[in-house]
Design a protein around this ligand. Structure first.
Ligand SMILES: C[S@@+](CC[C@H](N)C(=O)[O-])C[C@H]1O[C@@H](n2cnc3c(N)ncnc32)[C@H](O)[C@@H]1O
Length: 211
């Protein structure tokens, strides 16, 4: 772990001492379970505060009023479990949907230890997405191309849920491809953890008339 990164990330996020301790617990859990569950890319563990914690925390600032969040394909809880830990004191609650049972075991245990307001759902997105209408924000990192993300989240994005999807340098190509199937109202927010990355913020969605 790089301590300067930890201090910088926590100072920028302005979290309480209790929240910082819970994030420390999350990082400790990630390190403990990584050898057995292979939760994140092994190389990224040396930069966990910038690559994962800060990368997740930046989403909170993009929807400061949101209270209910849905994270799809949570994996090791990025961004969803981190958002639940950091957003706890402002009343944030997060639903995590993940199809891999071993990852769900990690999520459940770590949510309990960190007292995070997170509910873990071991299910496939396509089977359960319809149950999450009314959620303030749906997010997903490193899960699927925009076209697939929009297809999964269509019922939510068409009814007022905001979408936040961290993306890499191919974001424009993904949006162009998605534009063939959807009319997407979005903006691109620069990522604070990677100069080439963007967060796609979707505020409305419609199917084009010729579909
Ligand atoms: C590449 S990982 C990304 C994990 C995490 N979001 C991150 O950024 O580190 C994608 C995750 O999505 C899960 N996943 C893929 N397809 C899914 C589906 N249809 N329903 C639920 N989970 C799915 C996988 O099991 C995996 O844990």
């Amino acid at each position: 772990m790089s301590d300067p990164d930890r201090a910088r990330v926590l100072a920028a996020a302005g979290v309480s001492r209790e929240t910082a301790e819970r994030l420390d617990l999350y990082v400790a859990q990630l390190r403990r379970w990584q050898p057995i569950k292979n939760l994140v890319g092994p190389a990224t563990l040396t930069e966990v505060w910038s690559r994962h914690i800060d990368d997740a925390l930046q989403l909170l600032d993009l929807a400061p009023e949101a209270r209910t969040w849905l994270d799809l394909g949570s994996g090791a809880g990025i961004p969803g479990l981190i958002l639940a830990i950091a957003g706890r004191e402002r009343g944030v609650r997060v639903d995590l949907v993940e199809s891999n049972a071993r990852k769900c075991a990690f999520l459940t245990e770590t949510a309990r230890l960190t007292e995070a307001p997170a509910r873990v759902r071991n299910a496939r997105i396509e089977a359960v997405i319809g149950e999450y209408g009314g959620t303030d924000v749906v997010c997903a990192r490193a899960l699927a191309p925009m076209t697939q993300l929009l297809a999964w989240t269509e019922p939510l994005l068409k009814t007022g849920t905001t979408g936040l999807f961290p993306k890499g340098r191919d974001v424009q190509a993904e949006l162009t491809q998605a534009g063939a199937q959807w009319r997407v109202v979005n903006d691109l927010v620069p990522s604070r953890t990677d100069s080439e990355a963007r967060i796609v913020r979707v505020t409305a969605l419609a199917a084009p008339s010729h579909r």
